[in-house]
Design a protein around this ligand. Structure first.
Ligand code: DGY
Length: 319
């Protein structure tokens, strides 16, 4: 039987690529450059399936130009804001993602961002690394304590819940806003807030874990930063679109916000050059899910979805 033709847009884990090569007639972009609109459109004439990452954009304009051969977009990501889902659905193209398997890795990174922002990781590393650490005093680099503090989580899905579990290890008092209240066995005692505004009032630390949608664009704006307790710390390991970056800078400059830990930016790759002047912004380059274990699991999950699709079954993560 002829194997379906599969285009893998980026260099995925070795185990993923080996399995893909075994089961599909696969072409891999070993150059590992983001797939452009033209490349995606051209590939749709030659491939039955694509495994893209969030770096490949299936906008309505791109989707309108896809050839009929392409039947499934099996994303190697949980976030699908790079895909115009209604446009893909209207073209009859199946779309899947890779939930669950990256929740712990992303929550770990959110914890790193929170601790790093709260305890001056950028300044501390710079001082030691540059050989300028020449004194110590009890007033030196005093940060904000995480243990026992109030934590607000916006978006209590899989990653939000994994982050809450890790935060409980720090005895944090977990509060959350979510579209719906979690059952007691999932909430583990966390306090539900039926509005973002109510949550912000208690969030000494705030961590964002909701998807980027038209409704969540600039969710954290100047008005909402002002609702946080003075000196709060904000963490974003979800999507850059959730934070109005000018408003964040304003909140940091007025000391309304003490520090930020960011893995996501409005412009990626690259980030916001204006952030570089602020040592109280601890930044990482969108690596929330970047562990070896999770990369294998994401690749295998994308392939599981493809296998089900080409076996005539409904993929487990069909959107
Ligand atoms: C995701 O899976 O959405 C991560 O951000 C990596 O793309």
């Amino acid at each position: 039987m002829t194997k379906p033709r599969l285009w893998i847009t980026r260099r995925l884990s070795d185990a993923t690529l080996e399995r893909a090569a075994r089961d599909y007639d696969v072409v891999i972009n070993h150059a590992d450059t983001p797939g452009t609109a033209d490349e995606i459109i051209a590939a749709s004439a030659d491939f039955d399936a694509i495994i893209p990452c969030h770096s490949e954009h299936f906008s309505a304009e791109v989707v309108a130009q896809l050839a009929p051969r392409l039947r499934i977009v099996a994303n190697h990501s949980v976030g699908v804001d790079h895909c115009d889902l209604p446009a893909l659905k209207a073209r009859g193209i199946a779309v899947t993602n890779t939930p669950d398997v990256l929740s712990d890795a992303t929550a770990e990174l959110a914890m790193l961002l929170m601790l790093g922002a709260a305890r001056h990781a950028v300044t501390g590393d710079r001082i030691v690394r540059s050989g300028k650490w020449d004194s110590w005093s009890p007033a030196f680099m005093v940060g904000k304590q995480v243990t026992g503090a109030r934590l607000g989580i916006i978006g209590m899905g899989r990653v939000g819940q994994a982050f809450a579990a890790k935060a409980r290890g720090f005895d944090m008092d977990v509060h959350y806003f979510n579209r719906s209240e979690l059952s007691a066995d999932k909430a583990h005692g966390a306090t539900y807030h039926s509005s973002v505004e109510s949550l912000l009032g208690v969030a000494d630390f705030l961590s964002l874990h909701c998807p980027a949608t038209p409704e969540t664009l600039n969710l954290m704006n100047a008005e909402r930063f002002a609702m946080l307790p003075k000196g709060a710390v904000i963490v974003n390991s979800a999507r850059g679109a959730l934070v109005d970056e000018d408003a964040l800078l304003g909140a940091l400059e007025s000391d309304q916000i003490a520090a930020a830990g960011l893995d996501c930016f409005q412009v990626e790759p690259g980030g916001n050059p204006a952030f570089a002047a602020h040592d109280n912004i601890f930044m990482l380059p969108h690596i929330g899910s970047a562990t070896r274990k999770t990369r294998d699991a994401m690749g295998f999950r994308a392939l599981d979805n493809l296998d089900a699709f080409f076996a005539g079954e409904t993929p487990g993560d069909l959107l």
